[in-house]
Design a protein around this ligand. Structure first.
Ligand SMILES: NC(=O)c1ccc[n+]([C@@H]2O[C@H](COP(=O)([O-])OP(=O)(O)OC[C@H]3O[C@@H](n4cnc5c(N)ncnc54)[C@H](OP(=O)(O)O)[C@@H]3O)[C@@H](O)[C@H]2O)c1
Length: 332
């Protein structure tokens, strides 16, 4: 079978490998589609984890069909359409160190291969109405957005701020709309803002032409601030997010798109009683709850370009340019 491997940092190589076989409690999956996350680019370059064990097959997000199962498998059967879960050992309950060290396309081989073997515990059935490429977008960005809003207690009528139009933010927008919340969305592009309005954002702000966007958020909420911020900018946008959130509101800390280094004064957050929570994707239980909601609401992920398997390096380059709107996927 063919698989892409990081053999040394900065170098993604397509290699021929023996087809894996499922052992006790494992399933063999014919991969049908993979979606990309910025993490995959950082992983390949050695910037995510310079001590990463190599060689490793990249990409956390993929779906496929169960081809065969090892002894003792009861959760799935041949023919089932499944997705791998981001952390193979976070099934439910509290986040643990063991779970954090079980990520696909990092600690463990990922999904950018024609066949993969996964533990039966490390897979979920995908919503039937989704195509393979649509379903491949779910394991990382969607579960993260679900965790940040729905698991965090978002209620109808509350207001959510989503930053930029990356994968996590677009899923957060869709889940917030699905939950009956109001969404304020930002982007550096007026064109993209038109598209987020079509997805249900009630108010939009261009964070390039309005660098003090938090003031605009306050104006749009009668000076109160939003109930939730889906914070993907990092330390360089966090002070603005604290200004934009209401007293006692919630900020989900997710990403560092505006840079990993910087200064943050915690006092304004303390004085406003803001709850700041780090979010690292989510558990299998969250993924399954999300899939039920996606199924009932017939929600469709926002997808950008689809690349063929052989063009995985081009797909990664395309992601790096950053002009996409929605998830970039690879079809096998
Ligand atoms: N903690 C977790 O579990 C988790 C999970 C997934 C991702 N992440 C992290 O979360 C972040 C977002 O991930 P993603 O997959 O959604 O990324 P992505 O799809 O690569 O997002 C790219 C978009 O982010 C927006 N952006 C860039 N700089 C920004 C800034 N300074 N302020 C506001 N928006 C900005 C831009 O939107 P516009 O073009 O509209 O301006 C850009 O198109 C990344 O740092 C990623 O590593 C964390």
């Amino acid at each position: 079978m063919k698989a892409f491997e990081i053999q040394e940092f900065g170098n993604l190589v397509c290699t021929e490998k023996p087809q894996p076989e499922p052992k006790f409690g494992e399933v063999l999956v014919k991969v049908k589609a993979v979606s990309l996350n910025y993490r995959d680019i950082l992983m390949i370059k050695g910037l995510y984890n310079p001590r990463l064990r190599l060689p490793v097959i990249p990409c956390s997000d993929g779906v496929g069909e169960v081809v065969s199962v090892g002894e003792g498998v009861t959760r799935v059967k041949p023919g089932d359409r499944i997705a791998g879960i981001f952390m193979q050992k976070w099934l439910s309950g509290n986040f643990t160190k063991e779970a954090a060290k079980s990520t696909l396309g990092g600690d463990l081989n990922g999904m950018l291969a024609e066949y993969v073997v996964l533990s039966e515990d490390g897979v979920v059935l995908i919503p039937p109405h989704l195509s393979d490429t649509e379903a491949a977008t779910l394991p990382c960005a969607a579960v993260t957005a679900w965790h940040a809003l729905i698991e965090a207690g978002l209620k109808p009528g509350e207001t959510v701020l989503v930053m930029g139009t990356g994968g996590v933010s677009l899923f957060a927008l869709q889940f917030a709309v699905m939950a009956g919340a109001r969404v304020i969305a930002t982007s550096s592009s007026d064109q993209k803002l038109e598209r987020v309005k079509e997805l249900g954002a009630s108010d939009v702000i261009n964070y390039k032409s309005v660098p003090k966007w938090e003031k605009e958020v306050l104006a749009l909420t009668e000076g109160v601030g939003v109930d939730y911020v889906v914070e993907v900018g990092g330390v360089n946008t966090l002070s603005q997010s604290v200004k934009a959130v209401r007293m006692g509101g919630k900020i989900s800390l997710i990403g560092v798109l505006a840079g990993a280094q910087g200064e943050f004064n915690p006092l304004p957050a303390v004085m406003k009683g803001v709850r700041i929570q780090g979010i690292f994707v989510g558990s299998r239980q969250m993924f399954e709850a999300m899939n039920r909601a996606i199924d009932v609401n017939k929600l469709r992920p926002v997808c950008d370009r689809v690349f063929p398997f052989e063009s995985a390096p081009e797909a990664l380059n395309y992601m790096e340019i950053g002009s996409h709107f929605g998830k970039i996927t690879i079809e096998f």
